[in-house]
Design a protein around this ligand. Structure first.
Ligand code: FES
Length: 869
């Protein structure tokens, strides 16, 4: 037993591995979040111990005895409000999972330094904190705002109001003060900032059991036996589940049902994220300790760790799945051979991108609760409630209406929470035991299980005429998709579609193959293949520009898509594509100024589709209801993961209904079929805004009667699958971006990134800027340092957050954001979506700047630093 002061009151706790476990599991203090315990590498659990900022997950309990621990719950209300308001006003939080820890660090710094706290000093002190969403600059803005208020003082006179609901002014265009186009704070930003909005692991129910997974020890091995006896004998263990306990389907998946929820005895593992067993116990520590006692006998086999070797082999990489080619996507227009032969300049390169981890800061967590009516309630932080429900029902062998999946706002996802991670196993445990079960993955388990961004080998030939007009492109891509499909075939399809970038290629010939290996599964990740493809495209454009004697800006300007031009797979571009040239023109002054100043400069131009496209019929619905108590409910079923879809829903409703936003409640409703599909592909804002607007208009036409559910729908049903027509409309909308990376020639440091983005209509400039800055941060990491490598045994060699190469606050250069608005035809309000495009051009721009600096063309990500001359 250990006693200490918690927020001024004496508490005594039992045995726990660290202070964070005592706070969260025994004392029910949940503002400190657990992103990586017990490694102390993310900072999400930072608390004050005797006034000093300390990560609670790496502090042994006996070191706290008799000391004073302060969490956000213990700050006085005025101080809480001040921090929440500053973070909300600055856009300093998105998913919010990192924010409570950062707020506590900021409090310690401000208590010590007050108005003396500078932005630079704060950035250095935030070195122990990761934020995967914001790009850190908005956090530093909040710190500056607080510091200017003086130590413990009030916000300075003349500062913009920082109400958590309304901040700043509408951006014009006839917007209402909080409607579409307004710079308002994120919905529920105050709750997020203070750690009061629960993530799945913060949920508590009576009689809760905890589960821990047992993962494969070899990437490819026959499973000879699983002995659960020793684990079952541990006091507090309720049950150990294996494949034999699954009553329904054992393989699940978003597209192909090929991903086993448990690998059975007599089968073969396919990667190190395979689940062999699930231990359910009275508490998490017991479950995890017992999981280590499950004995599995293996016959190890040589894994397929090289996708080219897997492609060439007749042997199946994955047991039970025939062939190692997951998918092949191809299209061609024109005579590429003849066009290349006639070209004044031809370049040929092989590019290689790396595998990358999402590193969302909230590890996957699922809570399943049996209900008295026989249904099973599942609380999931996934990105697609309907897919979760279908897969859980399949595994349980039950009809879908027996499963009610609640979508809980998550602590970041970026595509990494589209597949089920532990939802099916947790639901099965709850169903079999008849008790609530929660399974929260450790950071290492999370890293091993969920899908990554594909490493893709891209071999390309590109040509242009003597004036720099592009003539032809041939691209061959091979993506390492890992063992299970996830959405790997769609990622490679998207990479193929985007292979030409936002340029006009009179002749084009593209093929992209997704290969099954025993490396980590690869699937959806912000950019969805467009990043990899356009890293190569931009490299080709720069090389051709050099061959022609043109600068990079001029080369792009001569070839950028224009309305009526034929793009990539044959799509005739609409007026929305004018945004690509708008972005180029917007960065031109900065490009010329930087070059005139002797800086090393790289330019990237990119496009990214919004929505699913490729012939899918996309339908999103929303419901608006005027309630008896005067509130207005807006119901949708999109996952809020920091991108701001709730805020978009609120702004659209405020705009259409003309009601005070304080009256509007945004509710994620999964009790009815609102048909949104996955929250993915930059589609939440586009589709969600359309659906909410339609619901509001239905309400207005009917006089907004109290108690009536007004349903609205937004439908996109005019896209074509690749290869179904000569002039397809593959995608309904694209976002565009041009980015400059400006480097100091003496130090090789990136001084500044200039990011011009066309998002169609900007629903909320504060949140839109946040998406761009956060994406640039992620794009710079992708370019320079991030990687999730594996060895020749297909074993990840990065097992902690620190090893992933994620940039910290002091590493992110200033980002100048320019938001442009070239409306998208046929889209609600002209919205294009901005979630992914922000990191598409970045790696190419960094490669260009490095080449400008030292003359070396780079083809491999992450990029080598500049050679000093
Ligand atoms: Fe920082 Fe999401 S807001 S990790």
């Amino acid at each position: 037993m250990v006693s200490f002061l918690l927020n001024g009151a004496r508490v005594t706790v039992g045995d726990h591995p660290h202070l964070l476990a005592a706070l969260r599991e025994e004392l029910d203090v949940t503002s400190p979040k657990d992103g990586c315990s017990p490694s102390g590498q993310c900072g999400c659990c930072t608390v004050l111990v005797d006034g000093k900022a300390t990560v609670a997950c790496s502090l042994a309990l006996d070191r706290v005895a008799g000391r004073a621990v302060t969490t956000l719950e213990g700050l006085d209300p005025a101080e809480r409000e001040r921090y929440a308001a500053a973070f909300a006003a600055s856009g300093a939080l998105q998913c919010g999972f990192c924010t409570p820890g950062i707020v506590m660090r900021c409090k310690a710094l401000l208590d010590r330094d007050g108005a003396e706290l500078t932005r630079e000093k704060a950035a250095r002190h935030l070195g122990g904190h990761l934020c995967r969403c914001t790009g850190y600059h908005p956090i530093l803005d909040a710190v500056e705002l607080l510091a200017r208020g003086g130590e413990g003082g009030e916000a300075p006179a003349g500062e913009a109001p920082v109400s958590p609901v309304a901040v700043g002014e509408a951006s014009g265009g006839g917007a209402t003060p909080v409607g579409v186009g307004s710079r308002i704070a994120r919905y529920q930003a105050d709750k997020l900032a203070l750690g009061d909005k629960p993530y799945v692991d913060d949920l508590r129910v009576p009689g809760l059991l905890h589960a821990a997974v047992v993962l494969a020890e070899h990437a490819r091995a026959d499973v000879l036996a699983i002995d659960t006896g020793e684990a079952e004998a541990v006091a507090g263990v309720e049950r150990v589940l294996t494949a034999a306990d699954v009553p329904g389907e054992r393989r699940v998946g978003l597209i192909h049902r090929d991903w086993p929820v448990f690998v059975a005895v007599g089968e073969r593992t396919a990667y190190l994220g395979d689940v062999l067993a699930l231990v359910v116990a009275r508490d998490r520590e017991t479950a995890r300790r017992a999981a280590g006692l499950v004995r599995v006998a293996y016959r190890p086999l040589a894994p397929f760790a090289d996708p080219l070797a897997a492609l060439a082999s007749d042997e199946d990489a994955v047991w039970g799945l025939e062939g190692n080619v997951l998918s092949r996507s191809a299209y061609a227009r024109g005579d590429v051979d003849a066009a290349l032969a006639d070209s004044a300049h031809v370049v040929h390169e092989v590019f290689q991108t790396q595998r990358v981890e999402h590193a969302f800061l909230e590890p996957e967590s699922t809570l399943a609760v049996p209900r008295d009516d026989g249904r099973l309630e599942v609380f999931s932080g996934g990105q697609g409630v309907w897919d979760d429900r279908r897969q859980i029902a399949d595994v349980l062998g039950e009809p879908e209406d027996r499963i009610l999946v609640h979508q809980v706002a998550n602590g970041g996802a970026f595509g990494g929470k589209e597949d089920c991670a532990n939802q099916c196993q947790t639901a099965l445990a709850a169903r079999l035991l008849g008790r609530p079960v929660k399974c929260t993955l450790s950071r290492e388990e999370s890293l091993r299980i969920h899908a990554k961004r594909h490493p893709i080998r891209i071999e390309a030939w590109a040509g242009c005429d003597a004036e720099g007009r592009l003539t032809a492109l041939r691209t061959r891509m091979v993506g390492d998709s890992g063992p299970y499909a996830s959405v790997g075939m769609k990622v490679l399809e998207r990479a193929a579609g985007h292979a030409g970038g936002p340029y006009v290629w009179p002749a084009i010939d593209v093929e992209a193959v997704a290969v099954r290996t025993n490396n980590p599964v690869c699937g959806a990740f912000r950019g969805f293949g467009a990043n990899q493809a356009q890293f190569a495209t931009e490299g080709l454009i720069d090389r051709l520009a050099a061959a022609c004697g043109l600068d990079g800006w001029e080369m792009r300007a001569r070839n950028v898509v224009a309305p009526g031009a034929t793009w990539g797979p044959g799509q005739v571009m609409d007026d929305g594509c004018q945004g690509a040239r708008d972005c180029l023109e917007a960065v031109r002054p900065a490009w010329e100024a930087a070059r005139a100043a002797g800086k090393a400069v790289g330019l990237g131009l990119g496009l990214k589709n919004s929505g699913l496209g490729n012939g899918f019929v996309e339908v999103a619905k929303a419901v608006v209801r005027f309630c008896e108590d005067g509130t207005v409910e807006v119901r949708h079923c999109w996952t809020e993961m920091g991108q701001g879809v709730h805020t978009v829903a609120l702004q659209v409703a405020a705009q259409e209904l003309g009601v005070d936003p304080a009256r509007i409640r945004v509710v994620v409703d999964t009790s009815r079929e609102l048909g949104a599909g996955q929250t993915t592909g930059s589609r939440g804002t586009l589709m969600g805004a359309g659906a909410v607007a339609a619901a509001c208009r239905a309400a207005c036409e009917d006089g907004c009667r109290v108690g009536v559910d007004y349903e609205g729908e937004h439908r996109v049903d005019w896209t074509d699958a690749l290869g179904t027509t000569d002039r397809p409309t593959i995608h309904s909308a694209f976002g565009y971006a041009a980015q400059l990376v400006i480097m100091d020639r003496d130090t090789g440091a990136i001084e500044r990134v200039v990011a011009a983005h066309d998002a169609g209509r900007v629903v909320n400039p504060l949140l839109c800027e946040g998406q761009v800055v956060g994406a640039v941060h992620m794009g710079l990491g992708y370019a320079l340092s991030e990687e999730f490598p594996t060895d020749d045994q297909a074993r990840p060699t990065a097992t902690t957050l620190r090893q992933l190469g994620i940039l910290r606050a002091k590493d992110v250069p200033p980002v100048d954001v320019m938001l442009l608005e070239r409306p998208q035809p046929r889209a609600p309000y002209g919205i294009k979506g901005v979630g992914e495009i922000g990191l598409v051009p970045t790696a190419g721009a960094v490669a260009g700047a490095l080449c400008d600096l030292d003359g070396e063309w780079r083809t491999t990500l992450p990029l080598r630093p500049a050679t000093r001359r």
